[in-house]
Design a protein around this ligand. Structure first.
Ligand code: ZN
Length: 150
């Protein structure tokens, strides 16, 4: 576990234990499901989209600490943002966790999401961390299909 020490930072543990926005959103007008078969993570995402803005967002699901914490922090990060802002945030986040930015992504612009920067060293965990974001994209694009990371 010591190798994962840095990965499971306090903020991630906190969000996995008491996920924010963890409920069904009755007034949601967008919905998508995500599945990461590699780890068994599952998420249902609810979005209330109005005038191209994410007015409200919530999720339900089961999975590992990383996937749950990521979903929790994603919902906090994109609430009250426009779809374009959310997409830009996803792109930054994705570059950070895949290591594509090669350390060039400034975590400052990601706020609390920077807690996931260590994930890039654990390729198997990248899908756990990005599942909620892929599911968000599907919900915003109004795709009905279930998203799979495979
Ligand atoms: Zn997982």
């Amino acid at each position: 576990m010591s190798d994962l020490g840095e990965l499971y930072q306090e903020v991630i543990i906190d969000h996995s234990r008491s996920p924010r926005n963890f409920h069904e959103l009755k007034e949601a007008n967008r919905r998508a499901d995500g599945h990461n078969p590699l780890c068994g993570d599952q998420i249902s995402l609810y979005v209330l989209l109005k005038d191209n803005m994410i007015q409200d967002i919530s999720f339900q699901g089961t999975g590992c600490a990383i996937s749950k914490a990521s979903a929790s922090m994603m919902t906090e990060s994109v609430k009250a943002k426009t779809t374009a802002e959310a997409a830009a945030l996803f792109e930054k986040f994705h570059r950070m966790v895949t290591g594509e930015g090669n350390g060039m992504v400034n975590p400052a612009g990601l706020g609390k999401l920077a807690a996931f920067s260590g994930v890039s060293e654990y390729p198997v965990r990248v899908k756990c961390a990005s599942l909620a974001w892929h599911t968000l994209r599907a919900a915003l694009e109004a795709r009905q299909a279930t998203v799979s990371t495979e």
